[in-house]
Design a protein around this ligand. Structure first.
Ligand code: NAD
Length: 477
């Protein structure tokens, strides 16, 4: 597939650029060329902002809802093609890519529904001794300027959908820079929206080298909101550069699955492997640490090892394979090195730890200590490090002991323990007897500490970031 156009407000530009102004997208499993995209120049990025700024969206709620619903239908209709593209450019298994395609359709459907909800509020003003016979009303307006979105590689289309859909639902204009590692899914998503009727000026997609163009998406004078999903390092760099602008930062995670001594160990071990290996372990909410009560640790570990050995991995395009590659060989080498370091420091290898190019086998290590790099940092791959604890206090302390605070999972039926986990875990989400990543595309989602500033995504909350809330008061009650 060759993709020669930047989606600057739907224009076809950049078709004639030479090879040095293109980015090659290669299949992480085969190394084959999947497509090329333009390396935008700074001038092209500025042009995208200028044309967005000069366009005033005027779609009714009904029209926006129709466009998003039509796009959801297109995504469902073409799910095989979309999944194949996601797999080809990211190395995610077809099973993972199909699941992602369904999630994208859900984001669009929830966005379409949200367009139809008027969340305006009204306040009677005669409710205090100083009160008057008036009413205060609220309304949500689109941003005055343009919004910038920057997305990561790990969900090539769904991360893009979570930025674009709330922007469209609120009649905003967006300039999007997808990850240079997986730009083709973002371009396809934009094309589907245009086909569904989106005025191209409401969405421009810029592809390029972040070293050349990313700063412009943060500092261009037209930018009112920067919405970023990615790693902590770049997120904090953006926070330092953005200045007086609204910022939504959805950053890395280091999520625990905590297994108490009363847990159903079959269920807990199934959640552990699903949480660790789906999407090749490359979810911000993947299980990154297995914390297990020492009374059940051995039985739980044996089950995790059995289920890990049964987790198939290999050619991502084979529909029978559960797990494909990670994003590239450099990432696989990093996981190999981190696990190697933990083993040298006394952890025990129970499964996996074999690498071939960008393919890294689902890996279980036991006797892990919280200070080891593999669990202190975010290890964004298919690794299950097991840490044992002896009390709920210790489990909470270990869980809270990293810089991250995205999500968590707890396996127990004891309501008193659950109440403590919900109150005391320093995270954005606690899922009881589910993986940390469980959510609807609608529900509020996002982290605290180094995982984010507390502003949420999920269609319903994201809409708030994309709008200015205005109040007005009237003398009529
Ligand atoms: P990354 O931070 O390396 O890159 C993210 C984006 O930032 C890419 O589009 C990249 O081109 C861009 N970028 C690079 N340099 C930049 C600069 N100087 N200024 C602005 N943008 C720049 O992240 P990644 O490796 O693509 O994705 C993995 C990370 O994303 C993990 O840490 C993961 O946990 C996180 N993530 C978080 C969430 C969440 O909702 N909290 C969701 C998915 C992924």
């Amino acid at each position: 597939m060759r993709n020669e156009a930047l989606r600057l407000a739907g224009e076809k530009v950049g078709a004639d650029r030479g090879g040095e102004r293109c980015i090659e997208v290669r299949n992480p499993y085969t190394g084959a060329l999947v497509g090329t995209v333009p390396k935008a120049t700074l001038a092209e990025v500025r042009r995208a902002f200028d044309s967005a700024l000069h366009y005033k969206p005027a779609l009714s709620r009904f029209e926006r809802s129709q466009i998003l619903n039509r796009c959801a239908a297109l995504v469902r209709e073409r799910s095989q093609t979309i999944a194949a593209l996601i797999t080809a450019e990211s190395g995610l298994s077809l099973q993972d890519s199909r699941y992602e395609t369904g999630r994208v359709a859900d984001v669009l459907m929830f966005g379409a529904n949200a367009c139809l909800i008027d969340d305006a509020q009204t306040f009677a003003c005669d409710i205090t001794p100083q009160g008057r016979q008036r009413r205060v009303h609220t309304r949500r307006d689109p941003l005055l300027g343009v919004n910038s979105a920057i997305t990561p590689f790990n969900h090539p289309m769904n991360q893009v959908a979570h930025k674009v859909v709330p922007s469209v639902a609120t009649n905003n204009r967006m300039v999007l820079k997808p990850s240079e590692k997986v730009p083709l899914s973002a371009l396809l998503f934009a094309d589907l929206l245009y086909e569904a009727g989106l005025p191209p000026a409401m969405l421009s997609v810029i592809t390029g080298d972040p070293a050349e163009i990313a700063d412009e998406l943060i500092t261009h004078p037209a930018v009112d909101l920067v919405s970023f999903t990615g790693g902590v390092g770049i997120g904090k760099h953006i926070a330092a550069r953005a200045g007086y602008r609204r910022l939504v930062l959805e950053l890395g995670g280091n999520d625990p699955l905590i297994v108490m001594d009363d847990a159903d160990l079959d269920e807990a071990s199934t959640l552990a492997v699903q949480g660790s290996y789906k999407n090749s372990g490359q979810r911000c909410t993947a299980v990154k640490r297995l914390l297990v009560h020492e009374a059940v640790a051995q039985r739980f570990t044996d089950l995790v090892v059995d289920k890990t050995r049964a987790w198939s991995f290999g050619d991502p395009s084979d529909p029978a394979v559960q797990m494909g590659t990670v994003i590239d060989e450099a990432a696989a080498r990093l996981f190999e090195a981190r696990v190697g370091e933990a083993l040298a420091q006394g952890a025990r290898l129970l499964a996996g730890h074999r690498r071939e190019g960008a393919l890294y086998a689902p890996t279980v290590i036991d006797q892990v200590r919280p200070e080891m790099t593999v669990v202190r940092e975010e290890t964004f791959g298919p690794v299950s490090p097991i840490i044992r604890f002896s009390s709920i206090d210790e489990a909470i302390a270990i869980s809270n002991g990293t810089a991250y605070g995205l999500s968590s999972a707890v396996c127990t039926n004891r309501l008193d323990d659950i109440a403590r986990f919900v109150a005391e875990l320093q995270v954005g989400t606690v899922n009881v007897r589910e993986v940390p990543g469980y959510r609807l595309e609608l529900t509020p989602f996002g982290g605290i500490k180094d995982s984010g500033l507390g502003y949420k995504e999920g269609v319903q909350e994201a809409i708030k970031s994309f709008t200015n809330l205005k109040t007005y008061s009237l003398p009529w009650t």
